[in-house]
Design a protein around this ligand. Structure first.
Ligand code: OAD
Length: 235
């Protein structure tokens, strides 16, 4: 059986109204990464981080999955071995109906213990109150993988990527490592489709097909074409 692996970044949620990070109007144009997304920033000014991620959480809760999230969920429903790996902390893949999504950089709807990276709790509503504690006694912090921290599910993601016959990469600038290196874990013969209206940082090669379209256009088209000859190709 052939296997499809989907790997997404902020661009897939752009048309749902959520900001990307490195586009001209992106979040890292408005904020300094060093002030928001590092352990040092958390130690220095935790309230600033709590406020920043509360705003992101509120935006996420107000956003809806778009045609690209829905097409990917449909692909997985039709070919259940399809796996989805995302750098996004939003839950739009799940709200579109996708299952078993691997979140490399955390999940905005959850908080985590300050002393155990995988001890997470679901937050009700959008607002974290600084000072609340995890059952293990430590301060709760946003469940976001900060720059400089380990990526807890990266090994699992590499194992999944290494099984791909087709890898569909959507809306990522491929600037952040180790996540961006997932493409290199795909087997040599795998076909890689990169759907992004911009110019992500990849080395052109015969196996990478760049579909220079927005996610809501490019993803449903590619999914349709895969599903239309899935039986022939033994998915
Ligand atoms: P970036 O902001 O770096 O890249 C967004 C990509 O989406 C760019 O390549 C855009 O061209 C593309 N894009 C914009 N609009 C699009 C659309 N409508 N359809 C498809 N693509 C579109 O976001 P990521 O690569 O996801 O980490 O960033 C990786 C990580 O950097 C994030 O997970 C986050 C950030 O710092 C953490 O917060 C830990």
């Amino acid at each position: 059986m052939k296997k499809i692996v989907v790997f997404t970044g902020a661009g897939i949620s752009a048309e749902s109204g959520l900001s990307t990070f490195r586009d001209s109007d992106g979040l890292w144009e408005k904020y300094r990464v060093e002030d928001i997304c590092t352990h040092e920033a958390w130690e220095r000014n935790p309230q600033l981080l709590v406020d920043f991620y509360n705003a992101r959480r509120r935006d996420t809760m107000n956003a809806q999955p778009n045609a690209a999230h829905i097409a990917i969920a449909r692909l997985q429903q039709s070919i259940p071995s399809t796996r989805i790996i995302t750098q996004n902390v939003d839950d739009l893949h799940e709200r579109a109906g996708a299952k078993n999504v691997v979140h490399l950089h955390g999940e905005i709807t959850k908080l985590r213990s300050s002393i155990n990276e995988t001890a997470t709790v679901q937050l009700k509503g959008w607002e974290q109150h600084y000072g609340d504690r995890h059952p293990d006694g430590s301060l709760l912090r946003p469940y976001i993988v900060f720059f400089g921290e380990g990526v807890p599910y990266f090994t699992e993601a590499c194992e999944i990527a290494s099984t791909a016959d087709i890898m569909i990469v959507v809306g990522t600038s491929l600037n952040v490592y180790p996540a961006a290196s997932l493409l290199q874990y795909a087997p040599r013969q795998a076909e890689i489709y990169l759907i992004d209206p911009g110019q992500p940082a990849f080395t052109p090669s015969s196996k990478i097909h760049h579909i220079q379209k927005k996610a809501t256009e490019g993803v449903p088209q590619l999914v349709e074409s895969i599903l239309s000859n899935a039986a022939e190709r033994k998915f």
